[in-house]
Design a protein around this ligand. Structure first.
Ligand code: ZN
Ligand code: ZN
Length: 334
């Protein structure tokens, strides 16, 4: 019989259709023609030699006269960096002027890499860029929330091949943030404990869904994962906002993130995926109830009408099986 599971953090329900369940290897992506990319593409705006195309860079990590990671303004921003935040109410409608920051993190000079194939040092540089921009952007009083995310591959929403991620700082707290925060506050008020810390303790105790443990982080598949191979990476230390991470934590997160992405890359043949870093809204840096984390969503299945109609998800892969599969993936030494 199928099983419905609820995610205690998000309150989302997922249906685990055990009769329709697939074995983990059934999610391996077939080879595609465009899998082989050139190391450098002369007409790519993110490749070395085309730096002037995107204008002033708010942040850059250099190694001599070569750059390692660059942050640049998004050429087609969803939000305008200039202007005032103005809220209006017209009848039942609410409107806020579209001010905010929308930047691209060019993750590496090479066109053909992805974090799964980069060195840990390269991934650490990307995380340092995220943290620095987070620290700088949060000073802007128009900003309420900062979303760091990566789209990899066409079904994850990008057609740009060059490895990149994005940071979007928005003038409002999204409803989805509010729901998670309200639940976390309720749990803290009832128990005096952070629900994420509790979740982490339970996962470590059961070990069934753990993919990787490092000194400062734990990667696991949530009990009620909404889609196959959906992964969460939690810091072991209770911290509410990503920008409060220490240098030692970022170095360890670089190892953890790279290793988990490499397990997906080799285990499922370079699947399209998104990841996002979830932090508390920028008005606060520390709370007892909220714990930042990184969520990875491989795009190995499609949601459809049922998901739209119910807000529930059908997952054809059992979290315990996909965690076991990823634990067993060996990463070749390059
Ligand atoms: Zn490029
Ligand atoms: Zn916590």
């Amino acid at each position: 019989m199928p099983e419905l599971r609820q995610n205690v953090i998000t309150k989302d329900w997922a249906i685990f259709a055990t009769e329709r369940a697939k074995r983990p290897h059934e999610f391996i992506r077939p080879d595609r023609q465009n899998d082989r990319l050139p190391a450098h593409k002369p007409d790519c705006p993110f490749c070395p030699g085309n730096e002037d195309f995107l204008g002033a860079e708010p942040f850059c990590i250099r190694d001599g006269d070569r750059w390692r990671v660059r942050v640049v303004p998004n050429k087609y921003p969803a939000l305008s960096a200039t202007g005032e935040r103005i809220r209006k109410v017209e009848g039942i409608h609410r409107i806020i002027s579209g001010v905010g920051i929308h930047e691209v993190i060019v993750e590496h000079p090479r066109h053909d890499l992805t974090p799964a194939l980069m060195s840990i040092e390269d991934v650490r540089n990307i995380l340092i860029a995220y943290r620095q921009r987070y620290i700088d952007i949060r000073k802007d009083p128009r900003i309420e929330a900062i979303v760091i995310f990566k789209n990899h591959g066409e079904s994850a929403g990008t057609s740009i091949e060059h490895p990149h991620s994005q940071i979007a700082a928005i003038p409002v707290v999204p409803h989805q943030f509010r729901v998670r925060i309200d639940e976390a506050i309720r749990y803290f008020d009832d128990t005096g404990e952070c629900i994420f810390c509790r979740n982490l303790r339970d996962e470590l105790e059961s070990q069934e869904r753990i993919v990787l443990e490092s000194e400062h982080f734990v990667a696991f598949i949530p009990y009620a994962a909404l889609s196959p191979f959906h992964l969460w990476i939690y810091p072991r230390r209770h911290v509410s906002s990503f920008d409060q991470s220490t240098d030692a934590e970022l170095a360890d997160l670089a190892y953890t993130l790279k290793t988990v992405l490499a397990k997906l890359y080799y285990g499922l043949n370079n699947p399209d995926f998104n990841y996002t870093i979830r932090s508390i809204p920028t008005d606060e840096t520390y709370t007892d109830y909220f714990h930042w984390y990184l969520a990875i969503v491989p795009r190995v299945s499609k949601s459809a009408g049922f998901e739209i109609g119910s807000g529930m998800y059908i997952n054809t892969s059992m979290p315990e099986d996909s965690a076991q599969f990823l634990r067993d993936v060996d990463i070749p030494v390059l």
